[in-house]
Each structure stands twice: as structure tokens, then as C-alpha cells.
Design a protein around this ligand. Sequence first.
Ligand code: NAD
Length: 334
Amino acid sequence: MTVKVAINGYGTIGKRVADAVSVQEDMEIIGVAKTRPNFEAFMAKKKGYDVFAPEDRIKGMEKANLEVEGSIDDMLERADVIVDCTPGGIGEKNKPIYEKAGVKAIWQGGEDHELAGCSFNAQSNYEEALGRDFVRVVSCNTTGLCRVIKPLDDEFGVNKARVTLMRRAADPADIKKGPINAIVPNPIKLPSHHGPDVKTVLPDIDIATTAVKLPTTLMHLHTINMELNSECTAEEVEALLAKQSRVRFVGQGITSTAEVMEMARDMNRPRSDMWENCVWNESITIYEGELYFFQGIHQESDVIPENVDAIRAVMEVEKDGTKSVAKTNKAMGI
Ligand code: NAD
């Protein structure tokens, strides 16, 4: 069976999900929906994607000489599953449309857990999403945290996790957000929402987080501190993380997120994406019985393979999460 996938919202995440789906053997893109006839819409067309638009936007698109296949309802008629990549808070308004069309939906981390009732990270809770009508792929930061907390918890038991998130202020193409010359505690009221978000996937983890925004567009950086239940060495933690397919060790002169992004460019990754968590293995330390390490998270791309796995899970074309992750990784080149 080839799963027919539609994308609603072809921005930072939507265009990447479309390209990642296109390289999988068991799924295809049947259309992407845009609200404006901007360069991304024309680029989607050039790549061969059928472009759809909300009914009231079609005329405007055609006036700008962008050929539109039809409305979002028309797109839903052709789809088995829709990946909603509209800005946070917009996606929830689309739920009744998807329900009415009888199409399964996958939302992103900008929406609340309650909207889908299942928050997803492939290596943490793939089975929970099997056959569901609605799933939410958690945010870039939450994805990055689940990817390391889950295996550490399985192997050593995580007694508690305390994480400081240094967040990029905006995506590279975003000219509206900031700061451009300040460090902003955000939120000031602690702890931040990221800890509870991890618990939507891994409910039994004791985790608390703090977050600041920094004037950079190049990745988030996490400082992770954990108390583990069983005694272990830094080498054992390193060996465990080395086995995780979506964790990449960085070193060899990489001392910043800027150099991680340069490496992604050197790897000829599409859009210089870094789909894996980038852990500085040299930073992995056990100090006074507690684990510490740094990881970089490429906010624009780490959730992309997770969306592909979420499609397989809701469509039940692969019931084994490990196999889905392997298929996704192979097709994308992870
Ligand atoms: P974006 O602004 O880059 O893209 C959103 C797209 O949706 C744009 O193409 C926009 O034109 C379109 N759109 C706007 N209003 C719409 C509407 N009413 N109906 C349909 N389409 C509409 O946003 P993004 O960064 O791709 O974020 C999408 C989702 O992914 C959000 O939930 C966000 O929280 C989540 N997310 C973003 C990042 C990131 O770093 N950018 C990382 C992980 C998760």
C-alpha cells in the first residue's frame, strides 16, 4: 500500500516533511496546501507537488499565475492522512475539517497535547500511535530530549532530569522575531513548559526545565543533568548514546552550533538539515554521581523523520517502530 499524504502549511516544517515523504517507498505526496502565492508556493509547484489552497484564496493564487489544483477539501478527498504544518494554534482550527473528511491527521508541537490526545516520538512511544486518527509530533526540543531520555531511562533508570534549554530566537528565514541583541529568560516563571511536554510522551519521567532565548538562528543547545538510578560510567553512557540512530556525536573541532551547521552543509544535507541530536560526546561526564552533557538540536529538521514515522504508525503500514525508524533513516540518509 502506498500511503497518500497531504501537507497543510508548506513552511519551514511542511516543505521538509513533503520532501522526506517523497523519498519513502511506502508513501507519496498527493498535494500541499498554501495560503499565499509566495516563492515557496511556486517552488512547490516546480518540485512537482500539486498545490491546493483554502477556497477563498484560490482566486488570489490564480491571479498571481500560480496554478491551483483545488481547495483543501479537494486535497482531503485524495488523502489518507494529512500532516498539518500550519503555525502553532492554527492547526487546532482545522480538526473539524479533517474529522468531516474522515482523514487521519498529524499535528506539530505548536499545538496542545489535548488536540490529538497522543504525543509522539518514534523511539519512545511508536506503538501508542498505531491506528490512531490523530497524533501530535512533539516540538523540536521535546523530540531532542525524548531521544536521549528514553534510552537512558531504559538502561539505567532516570531518577530525575534537569535541563536548561538555550533556544534560537528565530528560524533563519524569520525576519519578525528576536531578540537580536539580548539574552531573554523565557519564560521567566519557572519551570518552563518543556518538561511537562516531555511527560506527554514519557509520563513517568521526573523532569524540570528552564529556557532562555538567544540571538541566534543556528540550533538550540541543551545542558542536560540527570540523576540515574544505577551507577554507571561516562563511557557506558557514551556507548549507549552511540547506538542511537538519531544521535550523532560531534567533536573534531566542532565547538559550536555554527560549526555543526557548517558540517551539515559539507555533508550536502538538503537545506543543510541536521536531523539527529548532536551530542558533544566529550561533554558526557559523571560528576558527583550525576550525568551531564551538551546537545545541539536543529530546530528546523529534527522532527522531520518523526513525522514520517508517525504517518506509518497511524496508517499501520509498519507495526514495529524500530523497523519504521530504520526505513525512514535509510530513505533519508540518516
Ligand atoms: P511556518 O510559519 O514556517 O510555516 C507555516 C506555513 O503555514 C506557512 O506556509 C504559512 O503560509 C502557512 N499558513 C499560515 N496560516 C495558515 C492557515 N491559516 N492555514 C493554512 N496554512 C497557513 O511555521 P513552521 O515553523 O513550519 O511551524 C509549523 C508547526 O511546526 C508549528 O506547530 C510549530 O510550532 C512546529 N515546529 C516548528 C519548528 C521550527 O523550529 N520552525 C520546529 C518544530 C516544530
